[in-house]
Design a binder for this molecule. Structure first.
Ligand code: SF4
Length: 280
């Protein structure tokens, strides 16, 4: 992994009101993410924080002098984190996420944490004290070589093992299969390997936009040329039939095997399509 440029910054408040459908507030203890996923949707953040360095090579650590106003979180849903991974490696040293959990553990709010790191296990003592806590772990492959090409987060085995340990401690676990790469994500294999310790599966398709679109398609072209026609169909010709058929396969499989799941494929577009259908 490349060296990470670390900067410490002062912020006025850690809480941000959220526009995300399932969250009232988000907390991002860091700007940037050393996990550096090649497909990271949050990489657009660079534009707002003035960073010119490549995504994955910088992290700003946020210091905040005042405590959060936890009164306004009562009955609300709080998401950690939307544009960074709150358990990326630097958390081991700064413990920003841990200090946030200490402030939240007695608050009657729903806390949703999303990560790709086994470091979350360090905080099991606090997570089990939080009133309503869910942890989602992203896993989109069983192939460690592919995983290594795509991110610098925990290994696949470590992610499974983390989910298992969280589950054993009574924490609600979500396996977020995201992003699903056409023909490369063995979704059935991932389900079967983890269904004993996963409370719910979420699915999201690979969405390619911005600067990383070319980068990902170049990897497919070089390393998986046999699928290039399909990727071309999906990402240049905008053909949705692959996703429609996969969404049905996943749904049928989960129903047949009684596996709790939520499908976030083309979430916004599907909502819009449904609205128009209902109106006609
Ligand atoms: S872990 Fe999440 S925030 Fe971090 S680079 Fe990967 S996708 Fe982006």
């Amino acid at each position: 992994m490349n060296e990470i440029i670390v900067k410490e910054i002062q912020v006025k408040d850690l809480l941000t009101k959220s526009n995300l459908p399932d969250s009232d507030y988000v907390i991002n203890p860091y700007t940037g993410c050393a996990h550096g996923c090649r497909y990271c949707y949050a990489s657009f953040m660079k534009r707002f924080s003035g960073h010119k360095e490549p995504w994955g090579s910088f992290v700003d650590v946020k210091h905040c002098d005042k405590l959060m106003n936890t009164k306004k979180l009562i009955g609300k849903t709080v998401f950690l984190s939307s544009v960074t991974d709150c358990y990326q490696p630097i958390e081991e040293q700064y413990e920003k996420t841990r200090s946030i959990l200490k402030q939240l553990r007695d608050v009657d709010c729903t806390l949703n944490i999303s990560t790709k790191s086994k470091l979350i296990l360090r905080d099991i003592d606090l997570l089990t004290k939080c009133k309503h806590c869910t942890v989602s772990m992203s896993i989109n492959t069983l192939d460690e070589d592919f995983r290594r090409k795509m991110d610098h987060a925990s290994t696949i085995e470590d992610r499974f093992s983390t989910l298992k340990q969280l589950h054993e401690h009574g924490i609600y676990t979500i396996l977020f299969m995201s992003p699903i790469f056409p023909m490369l994500t063995d979704w059935k294999g991932i389900i079967e390997k983890s269904r004993d310790f996963v409370d719910c599966f979420w699915f999201e398709n690979l969405n390619l936009r911005g600067t990383y679109k070319k980068e990902i398609l170049d990897i497919i072209k070089t390393d998986y040329p046999q699928y290039m026609d399909l990727y071309d169909q999906i990402y240049h010709k905008k053909d949705k039939s692959y996703w429609q058929s996969l969404a049905k396969d996943i749904h049928d499989y989960c129903m047949e095997h009684k596996i709790p799941h939520i499908n976030y494929f083309y979430h916004e577009e599907l909502v819009e399509e449904k609205k128009q259908k209902n109106a006609s």
